[in-house]
Design a protein around this ligand. Sequence first.
Ligand SMILES: [Ca+2]
Length: 580
Amino acid sequence: MRHYHDWEPFCVDPLKPELGQEITLRLRTPARAGFLILERYGEVERRPMKAVPGGLEIRLPLHTSPLRYCFFLTEEKAYLAADGLQGPMPRYDKFFHLLAQPTVPDWAVGAVFYQIFPDRFRNGNPHNDPQSGEWVYMGRPIVRKEWDEPVSYGPGEGPIQHYGGDLEGILEKLDYLEALGIEALYLNPILPSGSNHRYDASDYHNVDPHLGGNPAFEKLVEALHQRGMKLVLDGVFNHIGNTHPDFQKALQDPTSPEAGQFTFYADGSYAAFYGVKTLPKLDYANPLTVERWIDGYHAPVRHWIRKGADGWRLDVAHQMGEGGTDRRNAEILRLIKHNSMEENPEALVFGELFFDTLPTLRAHTLDGSMHYAGFANPVMEWLSGKNVYGWEVAVSSQAAWDTLWDHYTALPLQLRQSMYTLISSHDIPRALWRLSGDVQRFKLALGLLFTFPGAPGLYYGDEIGLDQANPYHDWNGDPMCRGTFPWDERRWNHEVLAWVKTLIRLKKSVPALRRGGLLPLQVTEQCLAFRRMYQGEEVWVYAALEPLEVVLPRVENLLTGQTQTGRVRLSGLGVFRLLQ
Ligand SMILES: [Ca+2]
């Protein structure tokens, strides 16, 4: 592709404009004449662009967010939409989307995240461990398990197994995480709850004592910040646990103010997450709900940022709304981002958004989302031949690339380099298991994770090759991908660990990989390849299923440090910086 427009200083100046500010848009292109095609209040305006060294440019005020535009190239007789050249005029949907402030904080652009499921990473304090039978969860006494025991698997067993992991354990292993190159932690919920996943909290202002409580949280925040690391918490504001005092009050007294925070139906039932009765859904039509959870001084959205958290990952962000629905969702999400930034201007707020992220992200709500649909799914389907449910799928290299490109180019420009990009998480089976233990393919999946645009999120244990059976047919809501981290180094895959360290070093040291734009390079049956560009630096990335010979200009092989040119043989991942 000869034309390039993405989120980098040459193309968008300033990179983070305020509403109403004059901006310069540039297209890197050999073309010497063209137009900006601008959507303005539903109509289209054509404005001639000026030829400048390296391309075409135009200055204009940012009149709305998102600003939607594409280009028309006079000589090519074609439009340049976000996903490429086309003859007929593209739909607005295919236009570039540029946001006004606020957008992503700088620290999150290309940042290397590490996700921890707190009960399973490290037991730093055996004195706070839950004990077998200490309480009953959904009719079953909880079970304390030994660290090396496998997670057992049966109806209702998932959430009642406790291993004793805690925040003190994370604190003990900060040296390990820092040496790995991690810059930010994303923790699954840490508030008190009867389940081990804690997505049904009973208290939103204290850390679960079984995780070390508020003192351990304060120590963790302080230690992370001393190391320049960030902490993102899991914000569950769509629903709460049915054991929460507000919901108990609502049940006892339907006329209480608390009852107005939920959606009760005439038959006595109430709105709940996926109909799960332990997870009553909050109704944001009620001003008390907004005040208590998002907006008031003591609202948890504000409270935990004030206590030192650097941001939120919002659970089922797209579902939050009024009256048991997602009505006014965008306004609620904007308020969460706004209030988080009032407490800390550098706060990051991204959503879970498991499926189509665009309706939410194009509404200028959040700083991004977990990149399941636009990254984890196509990459893992391509490499494993199965989708996340275990169904066999025919995904060619071309189809995988087309999906990656489609999602990437549809994103607002400012969010492209900070999507929480992943191959494994607490909600999907681990990548190594999906690849049947094939370490070479797993290394390729990791290679894509760290070279594709985004903020890569490593799921705890993936870096040492933690592999866990996860029978799709036995899915009970608590996949076995939540097993414990084996701290006996003899059980680690050191080849994978060294590979991850190499990839993290590349991500952090090569600006084109960390904050560069994206262009296609080449797709064959066995290989997909793409270009990353930043400020004139260009990196070519090859992901090859089979050993492959490619012809390269003069390049620096970033995995070996060698200078190479002409025919180069590669297998798995190839990463090359173009030399002048
Ligand atoms: Ca413990």
